[in-house]
Ligand binder design. Structure first.
Ligand code: HEM
Length: 162
């Protein structure tokens, strides 16, 4: 159980929504991103992203204290090391990703995804200058992340037809 958002699956008010079409098929991010950034810059990038999440309209989903927020960021950073073409850092430290399953305790609708993506986009926009992300691959990172994030949506947006 996640002590920051202790909502057991069976106590959700909303039924779990599954995006039609299943996990999106999207191109991998070129390994050049990991090769140029390395784990240190990817971790700094993810900390900057989580700092934005901590100030966003979905901040309630994330740990409140700076220390725990950055702990959560470190976990995500290990996943980004892998997604950017590096070693299986997340899998080695935390086991199977099962990312959709790990997000089920949080109610993620399309507006929540858009806010998450806004934080990601703003961090990407400074990533070449601050975190040594190769400029020529920023579009590929954005495409992968925006496509893949559709698979984390697990709640119907209020007011939209079922
Ligand atoms: C669609 C919008 C998304 C929202 C609102 C969201 C929200 C969250 C939240 C609330 C957590 C838990 C933080 C904590 O540890 O307290 C989390 C964990 C995580 N998220 Fe997301 N997420 C989204 C999309 C994504 C995407 C697209 C990825 C990967 C590309 C991702 C990767 C991760 C990882 C690796 C973790 C840590 C899982 C664990 O080991 O517990 N998330 N996310």
């Amino acid at each position: 159980m996640n002590i920051h958002n202790p909502l057991p699956n069976h106590e959700r008010d909303e039924p779990v929504y599954t995006p039609p079409g299943g996990p999106p098929q999207t191109d991998r991010i070129p390994a050049a991103v990991y090769e140029q950034m390395g784990e240190e810059n990817i971790t700094r990038f993810t900390h900057a992203f989580y700092t934005r999440l901590g100030q966003s309209s979905i901040a309630h989903m994330f740990p409140k204290s700076e220390k725990n927020l950055m702990r959560a960021a470190d976990k995500s950073a290990a996943m980004f090391v892998f997604l950017f073409g590096g070693p299986h850092a997340y899998q080695q430290r935390y086991g199977q990703p099962m990312l959709r399953a790990r997000h089920i305790p949080f109610v993620i609708d399309e507006p929540a995804r858009q806010e998450w993506l806004r934080c990601y986009r703003e961090t990407l926009d400074e990533a070449s200058e601050k975190f040594n992300m190769p400029n020529e691959h920023i579009d590929a990172v954005w495409k992968f992340i925006s496509d893949f994030s559709t698979w984390m949506v697990n709640a119907q947006t209020p007011g939209t037809p079922k």
